[in-house]
Design a protein around this ligand. Structure first.
Ligand SMILES: [Zn+2]
Length: 196
C-alpha cells in the first residue's frame, strides 16, 4: 500500500453507511445511548460534515489549474488572505487559518477563484500543514509552468488549542518556495505590500 496522503491524486469512494455505523459505535463506546433524542441525528450530521470536509479526496487538484489564460505577463501575482479549513490527520481535528499564494508567471495566468478552489481541494483531505503548504506551492509551480512560486500559511490547530498542551492562540506558520531565488524574493515583497 502506498502512502496516499503524499499523493495529490483523488482517493476512493465515500461510504456514508460505514461512517454512520462507526459514529453510532463510538457513541456506544463512550458509554452513551445513541438512541436518545439528542443523539439520534448525530451519525447523519457527522456524515454530512465528513462529506464536505473530505470532499477534496474526490477531486484532482491539477485539473483545476488546467484552465488558465495565456498572457505575456511576467511580473509577480499574489493572492492573499485566502481562508481555509482542514483536518489534521493525526487527531482528526480541524485546523484552519489563511494562506497567501504567489507566483511569477511565464505565459500562463490564473484567476483567483481557481487558486481558492485549489486550496480547498487540497485542504479538504486528512492533512498536515507542512504537506498542504508544499502541495500548493508545487502544483502552482508545475501546472502554471511558473518561474517561481511561494506559499505562506498561518493556522490554528484545535489539536493544540483544545487538547494536550492546550496552547490557546498559538499558530503554526509554514512557507515554501520554488524557482529562482530573486523572483521568490519579489513574491515575498509583493505579499508584504498587501499588509500595509
Ligand atoms: Zn493534530
Amino acid at each position: 500500500m502506498t502512502e496516499s496522503g503524499d499523493s495529490t491524486e483523488p482517493g476512493g469512494l465515500f461510504d456514508s453507511d460505514r461512517i454512520r455505523s462507526a459514529v453510532y459505535d463510538i457513541l456506544v463506546s463512550i458509554g452513551e445511548n445513541p438512541e436518545r433524542e439528542g443523539l439520534l441525528g448525530t451519525p447523519n450530521r457527522v456524515v454530512e460534515w465528513y462529506r464536505d470536509m473530505f470532499s477534496g479526496l474526490r477531486s484532482d487538484p491539477e485539473e483545476i489549474l488546467n484552465v488558465f489564460f495565456e498572457e505575456n505577463h511576467t511580473d509577480p501575482v499574489a493572492f492573499t488572505n485566502i481562508s481555509f479549513n482542514s483536518i489534521c490527520e493525526h487527531h482528526l481535528l480541524p485546523f484552519y487559518g489563511y494562506v497567501h499564494v504567489a507566483y511569477v508567471p511565464k505565459g500562463k495566468v490564473i484567476g483567483a477563484s481557481k487558486i481558492s478552489r485549489l486550496v480547498d481541494v487540497l485542504a479538504k483531505r486528512p492533512q498536515i500543514q507542512e504537506r498542504l503548504t508544499t502541495q500548493i506551492v508545487d502544483i502552482v509551480y508545475r501546472c502554471l509552468d511558473a518561474s517561481a512560486s511561494y506559499v505562506f500559511m498561518s493556522a490554528e490547530h484545535t489539536c493544540m488549542t483544545l487538547r494536550g498542551v492546550k496552547k490557546t492562540n498559538s499558530k503554526i506558520i509554514t512557507s515554501a518556495q520554488r524557482g529562482v531565488a530573486q523572483e521568490v524574493k519579489q513574491l515575498i515583497e509583493t505579499i508584504g505590500l498587501s499588509k500595509s
